[in-house]
Design a protein around this ligand. Structure first.
Ligand code: SAH
Length: 223
């Protein structure tokens, strides 16, 4: 796949004006980090969804991406990103659940390196091709069960989990750097998962709950 400048820019429902309106809505709904808002105005979300759904790419909705998975709502992606950056610049981030690749693309413009793992081969490969076509060189991907993290690349200053486990997998906590932050939807009930934020301190971990969210389930193993 080759993404031309015109593909990236978009027209009509995928144009810069449509992206700008999405950014205004994010701001209206409480997203305030200027760098995060700026990046949402630049990353072409329409290229991360099916051709058939491109006209809906800048609505604040989750959309199907195949294999029973979804690309998260822009607001949720923005909020999770903002939480990761709360204490200032972040260098290395692990994402569990590459999916469409949109969250990783957003992060790649805000941190030094993104390591993103996906358990479904088709999604992993499609995202990898897209990162190449769009020249996101600091995004590294792997087809694996993210419950084990990515030990050889850790520790991470930030970890973002984009599928909901019953509880946060222990290897992810182990791979969090001191001062690092993990954001993960926790729980198995639809719409009743709690966006959990865990910070590693010198003496252990602190935890807070942000809001109720809806994510696809976190599953073990590869497919
Ligand atoms: N961040 C993605 C969201 C995709 S939905 C985006 O921006 O589009 C969540 C993804 O997590 C799905 O693709 C699902 O297959 C994946 N997933 C679920 N459990 C996983 C696991 N244990 N390891 C890796 N990926 C997982």
């Amino acid at each position: 796949m080759i993404a031309t400048a015109a593909d990236i820019r978009g027209i009509g429902f995928t144009s810069q004006r449509t992206r700008d309106r999405m950014v205004e809505r994010l701001e209206h709904n409480g997203i305030s980090h200027p760098d995060v808002l700026d990046v949402f105005g630049r990353v072409p979300r329409h290229l991360f969804v099916d051709d058939m759904l491109q006209t809906r790419a800048y609505e604040d909705v989750s959309l199907p991406i195949g294999e029973g998975q979804t690309i998260s709502r822009p607001w949720v992606v923005a909020r999770m990103t903002e939480i990761l950056l709360e204490d200032g610049p972040v260098s290395r981030v692990l994402e569990v659940g590459t999916g469409s690749g949109y969250q990783a693309a957003i992060l790649s413009e805000l941190v030094d390196s993104v390591f993103s793992v996906e358990r479904i081969r088709m999604l992993h490969e499609r995202a990898r091709r897209l990162f190449k076509a769009l020249d996101y060189r600091n995004v590294h991907t792997r087809h694996s069960d993210g419950g084990w993290g990515w030990g050889s690349q850790g520790p991470f200053d930030g970890i973002v989990v984009t599928a909901a486990p019953e509880r946060v997998p222990a290897p992810l906590l182990d791979q969090l750097a001191i001062g690092g932050r993990l954001v993960c939807p926790v729980g198995t009930r639809r719409g009743k998962q709690s966006l959990t934020v865990i910070t590693r301190t010198r003496s252990g971990f602190t935890e807070r709950n942000e809001s109720d969210v809806t994510f696809v389930p976190f599953l073990s193993g590869k497919s």
